[in-house]
Ligand binder design. Structure first.
Ligand SMILES: [Zn+2]
Ligand SMILES: [Zn+2]
Length: 235
């Protein structure tokens, strides 16, 4: 079995068992993503309408899609290609927490922060249902949200909860995805007042956008003035 196949299966990856690491991009020994491969990733941002994917200034929702979008904008650090390096990186990070990968994602966010910044009040993340959280041990979206909070210097608040255990979105078509998510999220009752706040909603990748839209709907329902989606990659 080659090293990528091992990674992809999410077999317990720790430095003790799998050392040294091999670059997911070129296979070079030493680090999960080597400097050269990291440099091939364009981290200058993807700014597109969250619904129709037409490129737009600051990722603003276009006029045609405005009526059907709870997200005001969406911004990603880079383009998503399932079979590409970013796809491999996010896949690995989704199924096993790898500290080195968190560091690489942080480096990408830092690179992006040198060309772009957000004018928002808080960072929140797309939540996992507690059952899935228990299976995986961590929520990759929350890790990315915490990284974003530090890099962009915006406070992180855990205010969304997945109240229904939903089927995995990736296994459903567009219709199925929308139905699957109805009433799946709610605001955690806490002291934080969302009223009139501008929110940066973080997930690892945006593909159809239905998950983020459903979260944005709940945030808006609780009084948020503006919801900007932010992800590492954009499909
Ligand atoms: Zn490499
Ligand atoms: Zn549009």
């Amino acid at each position: 079995m080659n090293i990528k196949a091992i990674y992809k299966q999410g077999i317990c990856i720790t430095k003790d068992i799998l050392f040294p690491a091999y670059c997911l991009g070129c296979g070079k020994e030493g680090i999960l993503v080597c400097k050269d491969c990291l440099q091939t990733l364009d981290c200058s941002g993807v700014f597109c309408c969250p619904v129709c994917h037409a490129s737009s200034l600051n990722g603003k929702v276009c006029e045609i899609c405005m009526a059907q979008s709870y997200l005001d904008r969406h911004v990603a650090i880079t383009q998503y290609k399932e079979k590409g390096l970013v796809g491999d990186m996010l896949h690995m990070f989704k199924y096993s927490y790898v500290e080195d990968m968190a560091q690489i994602l942080r480096d990408m966010a830092i690179k992006f922060s040198q060309v772009y910044s957000f004018d928002v009040d808080i960072v929140v993340c797309v939540p996992l249902h507690r059952r899935r959280l228990a299976q995986r041990g961590f929520n990759q979206a929350e890790e990315i949200a915490r990284i974003s909070s530090q890099v962009f210097d915006i406070p992180f608040h855990s205010i969304l909860r997945r109240c229904r255990h939903t089927r995995q979105q990736a296994k459903l078509n567009r219709e199925g995805r929308l139905v699957n998510l109805i009433d799946a999220f709610e605001i955690i009752k806490n002291d934080f007042d969302l009223n009139n706040k501008r929110v940066l909603l973080v997930d690892d990748v945006l593909t159809t956008g239905s998950t983020m839209q459903e979260c944005a709907k709940v945030l808006k329902g609780a009084g948020a003035k503006e919801v900007i989606g932010f992800s590492v990659a954009r499909g």
